[in-house]
Design a protein around this ligand. Structure first.
Ligand code: EPZ
Length: 421
């Protein structure tokens, strides 16, 4: 999806004001997949307006669902699911389309999809998804890059232990288990808030789930699910990205419609760096940063509730002008430092070695032309450019638009000199 647009940022302005955080992309996608299981029209509120959500709606339409979107409310009528196939083009466009496997298989007994290619973050295999669903009775035949998944005798419950608490695998197992015969137990399940949000939705549809958000989840299969109405949880990564933007410009920011309890894994790091963060009730939090930040010694990305891999890139940007040296260890993905060379073009002093990168704080960054190579790395470039002297130009906005609703509007509303051309 070549996007010719550019962001022009004139850096050095303090951010001050209030930003409302939109719904979580990584919750909306599995929720849209879950709607396939409900016989009728589900309504999803606070759904973010992102290109990845549009891609998910196109997949739902190809499956035979009738979708409508108005502002941040999406309705999905899955009364008639007429096809079990996820189009190759859409699988390529968005590898997280793999999250449709569990629901399409559960609803139709079949799912045909092309192997999700690698992505900007590395290989991103789906072995944990497939081996778990095979324990539940799924059979996979693979030819010409296509996976033909069937459940000839229907899906049945199983005791599944994940070797890694994979978010997507946990979601696919939940989606397959809610209407499987018998009980499914997931051990070493992912604990991300998006898992609990998916379980909430499925429970409203009539599913029987216990322990979502913990490491052991139990599901008792039911005959059939009915549609429901649900509101997507706030996007903790988008919230964290804007906190980084305010902190690097030594500004003050109020976030509304956010969920501070989902953000402890990295807000603690912001506070250790010297930022002042207060959380109020009702989804509101406040950050102020009056002086130069002190670099955190070591930051290791971990599964939830640890430091999220998705906020690693914006934090490496934040540390570019902090006082001291930081070591980032990326434990989740094999290739998540593609933004580093671009930060160096902005004047940062960073060395990478495999899954480790060392950021040596400098006094100032200076504007440059830089290019996003993936979603969160692109967000990191925006954070850095906001603090860089002079004008920066960021291309590769197609990646950024996958996960951030018009970031230029949000940032301009709190004083940034940023425009999209
Ligand atoms: C989800 O991806 C998120 N995407 C990612 O956010 C996020 O970074 C990731 O979880 C970790 O929190 C969505 O929710 C749509 P994983 P997912 O399965 O499910 C390996 C963003 O920027 N693995 O927990 O793909 C995998 O290669 C995106 O919004 C296997 O080896 O993450 C990776 O190294 C990026 N085999 C690690 O586990 C498998 O079968 C984590 O993957 C599955 C995963």
């Amino acid at each position: 999806m070549e996007n010719r647009q550019r962001l022009i940022i004139n850096g050095g302005r303090r951010l001050e004001g209030e930003i409302a955080v939109h719904g979580a992309k990584n919750s909306a996608l599995p929720l849209l997949s879950a709607a396939v299981l409900a016989h009728g029209e589900s309504i999803i509120h606070n759904c973010p307006q992102l290109t990845d959500v549009d891609a998910a709606l196109r997949i739902l339409s190809k499956l035979g669902c009738r979708c409508k979107k108005s502002e941040d409310t999406v309705t999905v009528d899955a009364a008639n699911v007429t096809s079990p196939e996820i189009p190759d083009t859409l699988m390529r466009e968005m590898r997280s389309s793999i999250v449709f496997l569990g629901s399409v298989l559960g609803r139709t007994g079949r799912c045909r999809l092309s192997f999700p290619g690698g992505c900007e973050l590395g290989a991103r295999p789906i072995d944990l998804h497939l081996s778990a669903l095979e324990l539940m009775g799924m059979e996979v035949s693979e030819q010409h890059g296509y996976l033909d998944c069937t459940a000839p005798a229907g899906l049945h419950g199983a005791k599944i232990t994940l070797s890694f608490p994979s978010v997507g695998a946990t979601e696919n197992i939940l989606l397959a288990a809610v209407t499987a015969r018998g009980v499914t137990e997931i051990h070493n399940a992912a604990r991300e808030p998006e898992i609990a949000d998916l379980a909430d939705f499925l429970t409203k549809c009539g599913a029987k789930i216990r322990g979502a958000g913990e490491s052991v989840i139990a599901v008792e299969g039911v005959e059939r699910l009915s549609p429901c109405e649900h509101s997507v949880i706030p996007d903790r990564i988008v919230a964290g990205t804007y906190l980084c933007a305010a902190a690097i410009t030594r500004g003050e920011l109020i976030l509304t419609r956010c969920e501070p309890s989902h953000m402890n894994g990295f807000v603690t790091v912001l506070e250790s760096m010297g930022a002042r963060v207060y959380t109020y009730g009702g989804g509101k939090m406040y950050l102020s940063c009056k002086k130069r930040l002190v670099a955190p010694k070591t930051v290791r990305t971990m599964p939830y509730p640890g430091f999220p891999t998705d906020i690693q890139a914006p934090f490496t940007a934040l540390c570019c002008t902090a006082e001291g040296t930081s070591v980032f260890v990326e434990n989740i993905f094999e290739n998540r430092f593609r933004h580093i060379p671009e930060l160096v073009r902005l004047g940062a002093s960073i060395k990478t070695e495999g899954r480790v990168c060392v950021v040596e704080g400098v006094q100032r960054l200076s504007g440059a032309k830089v290019r996003a190579a993936e979603l969160r790395g692109g967000a990191a470039l925006i954070v850095a450019a906001l603090a860089a002297d002079g004008v920066s130009e960021i291309t590769g906005l197609g990646f950024i638009d996958r996960g951030y609703e018009s970031p230029e509007k949000a940032l301009r509303s709190v004083g940034a000199d940023i425009r999209r051309v």
